[in-house]
Ligand binder design. Sequence first.
Ligand code: ADP
Length: 162
Amino acid sequence: MKVCVYPGSFDPITKGHMDIIERASKIFDRLIIAVLVNSNKQAAFSLDERVDLIKACISGNPNIEVDSFKGLLIDYMNQKKANVIVKGLRVVTDFEYEFQMALLNKNLDADIETIFMMTNSKYSYLSSSIVRELASLGANIDEFVPEIIKNRVLDKFRVGKG
Ligand code: ADP
């Protein structure tokens, strides 16, 4: 059984993430979306909110699980008996960071493979930070986040705007 983990902050999930999730779920028997408990980075959405938003977007697919983890990804992979990490690649700057992480993880556990999927060209410039920025400015985010969570994302940034 090929179990793949898709790790990330998902703060919040975007259509770019969804594209990777849909494609990866067709290749693997089981896909675990693993939300990182950021210790050094303040997230806009709490861990529970990020997990809930993802769950709302993937409901109905029994091969996809949503979970969270902290600490070493490799330890989490072993705990879940997962053998593949999937990452999305957008621009060259993603590559540099991901290349380093993939080599590091390979060094920590040679049995675990990292695979990369090229972004869908429609979403090559899309990141969670862009969504947060647009939402906080009251811009339209229809193109960037799944319809089902759109209002929850907008509401987050409406709060406290006075
Ligand atoms: P970000 O905050 O930059 O959106 P995340 O940590 O949530 O990043 O991303 C998790 C994974 O999803 C990373 O492998 C990242 O490269 C990938 N990813 C994020 N956005 C996209 C996109 N638009 N297209 C393809 N992959 C993406």
